[in-house]
Design a protein around this ligand. Sequence first.
Ligand code: NAD
Length: 431
Amino acid sequence: MTSEITTSHSLPSYLNPNDLGAWGIYLQQIDRVTPYLGSLGRWVETLKRPKRSLIVDVPVELDNGTIAHFEGYRVQHNTSRGPGKGGVRFHQDVCLSEVMALAAWMSIKNAAVNLPFGGAKGGIRIDARKYSKKELERVTRRYTSEIGLIIGPTKDIPAPDVNTNSQTMAWMMDTYSMNEGATSTGVVTGKPIALGGSLGRIEATGRGVFVAACEAAKDLGLGVSGSRVAVQGFGNVGGTAARLFHETGAKVVVIQDHTGTIFNENGINIHDLLNYVEDHPGIMGFPEATAISNEDFWAVATEFLIPAALENQITIKNADQIKTKILVEGANGPTTPEADDILTQKGVHIVPDVISNAGGVTVSYFEWVQDFSSFFWSEEEINQRLERLMRDAYRSVSDVAKHHGVSLRTAAFIVACTRILEAREVRGLYP
Ligand SMILES: NC(=O)c1ccc[n+]([C@@H]2O[C@H](COP(=O)([O-])OP(=O)(O)OC[C@H]3O[C@@H](n4cnc5c(N)ncnc54)[C@H](O)[C@@H]3O)[C@@H](O)[C@H]2O)c1
């Protein structure tokens, strides 16, 4: 791997070469696919620097009358295939190199599933738990106004991410619309339904995970009905994926959340568990399963393992114990590169996050399309279109993986980088 050479040649002066963080990992991933890009390789430097990075000061008056200042970012990594698209994160550790990497991974995800978007991401360096709803509203509105120069329905469309939600998007939409003097629903996605949000958005990521799992099962000649499934995380993504497996006749035998791990070799009744977690802090104490240790979660023999909680969960420490056939990444970055190598050597079929959890951004795309036409689709229509798009995405990546004899993760990057750089090449350089 030539990451040091590449990074020293292509690093913008505003980054610290000794502390690249997530951006360094992204650069290594690009180095890994460059040999597969053929003549498009001459454009690869395009992917190693963001098109546009905006850093803004966000001053607000707090409830106690003092003035606080927060750092805000919006990075548009690449817009060759369409407007920027990606979430806005509120977190005290947000920094430029992290937002750059998250924006770049959105370019890859959007291109891998063939959505007509580039990649972008935003963030504010703030510990959201320490501020009132009114303070967060003022922060959101001032941030939106500051980045209003570069966002817009045909320029860059933000969405929720860590610690932001549909209410945050409603404030962003309202602020942008006030500044424009026109109601502009298409400037953000992930909005409340009352404001042009899309049906099916809440379940979209979990549904996409399930569709990707079914496609992977076809590749391996496995049936889903009767198979055993392990799910880590029983929130939006894990809960929906578990329910769809259960409704298809699979046995979800083990589930872990932040409260612990539960097991039932005959399969956990997911409808009962969903009802249970509505009145409890988590899955622990569910009467129709047995509690086991969190470490034992990884050793349960299954056909499908769905990490849908946090990043860096499958590491060199537990990869050896894992006994599954198909790993479908619901979370972003749940598998470390070392663990990825161990599992691949063991013959585990890994469906990477940029494909398997793309259901959310896909229905965000549908929301944007519906807002443009002011014509809204039924939930059934949305789910059908989502399933078709996810199946097509999996197939094209799987075909490339077979053609080059590489993993689905490398194949997803090959497909995505090729699409982005083809667009770059035919557009040509301005002026
Ligand atoms: N929601 C989306 O549309 C979407 C889209 C793409 C990717 N993702 C990714 O999927 C993952 C899950 O997102 P979500 O929306 O379901 O979040 P969520 O908050 O609804 O659920 C998270 C789940 O993870 C569990 N969890 C937290 N800490 C844990 C720990 N230490 N061990 C085991 N379980 C733990 C929680 O108990 C909860 O059940 C995240 O990585 C997120 O970035 C989500």
